[in-house]
Design a protein around this ligand. Structure first.
Ligand code: DX5
Ligand code: ZN
Length: 230
């Protein structure tokens, strides 16, 4: 339907030369940058926070910044991410009060309230589902969110293998969500797997290791664009 967006995840960038790497992939055809935020609790890794958004924003004033919060309490960070210059704020369905498995270690967040807060701060809102969460979990939010993000790996690290079994969820989201809602795929997407994602209905693609791991980043981003137009 709409032009596909290729969002390059900076998780595979060289953190010691972040601005340079961001400029590089944008100059080589990336449409947006994806920022993977982890707190060491929801996902078994520590990555970056709002200061990274701020730093990237300072060097790339016009780039769409897509933040993916893999944290227990996304509600604690929404304001600082907005102030830092974030365009999209995506949080996991698994940390919301809708998740029956949510234990009392951390109190769940009300998804509708958080979506409203994200919108009030001028950002697009996204809801993310882990590989074992059904697409139907997002049903009541499809008219409120701009992005439904389907994880095709377990949150934590770049460079993992794409899980094709999540493609059926993309199909369901595409069929049941409004045309204006993007369906984003994240994890193990490379030129070899992007066409299946697009065919299922994805119009937003995340890629970290396939892009940063290549010595011809321009060719990889072009291949992702081509495959995503499928
Ligand atoms: C996984 C992150 C992904 C990841 C993608 O926890 O949400 O965005 O960095 O990396 P690749 O493209 O290497 O699978
Ligand atoms: Zn991500």
């Amino acid at each position: 339907p709409s032009q596909p967006i290729i969002a390059v995840s900076i998780l595979s960038a060289d953190f010691g030369q972040m601005a340079m790497d961001c400029h590089d992939v944008i100059n080589k055809g990336a449409d947006a940058l994806h920022l993977d935020v982890m707190d060491g609790h929801f996902a078994p890794n520590l990555t970056m926070g709002a200061d990274m958004v701020k730093g990237v924003r300072k060097h790339l004033p016009d780039t769409y910044l897509d933040a993916h919060l893999m944290v227990e309490r996304p509600q604690d960070y929404v304001e600082q991410f907005a102030k830092a210059g974030c365009n999209n704020f995506s949080f996991h369905w698994e940390v919301t009060t809708d998740n029956p498995e949510r234990n009392n270690r951390v109190e769940g967040v009300n998804a509708t309230d958080l979506i409203k807060q994200i919108h009030d701060l001028g950002m697009d809102a996204g809801l993310v589902i882990n590989p074992d969460t059904p697409a139907q979990a997002l049903e009541k939010y499809l008219d409120q969110i701009q992005v439904a993000l389907v994880m095709s790996v377990w949150p934590g690290f770049s460079g993992q293998k794409f899980m094709p079994e999540v493609l059926a969820k993309v199909q369901w989201l595409r069929e049941n969500g409004p045309d204006t809602m993007r369906v984003e795929m994240d994890g193990g997407v490379a030129p070899e797997t992007v066409q299946a994602c697009a065919q299922a209905g994805c119009d937003m693609i995340v890629s970290a290791s396939a892009v940063f791991g290549s010595d011809d980043r321009q060719a990889v981003i072009a291949a992702l664009h081509d495959g995503a137009k499928y």
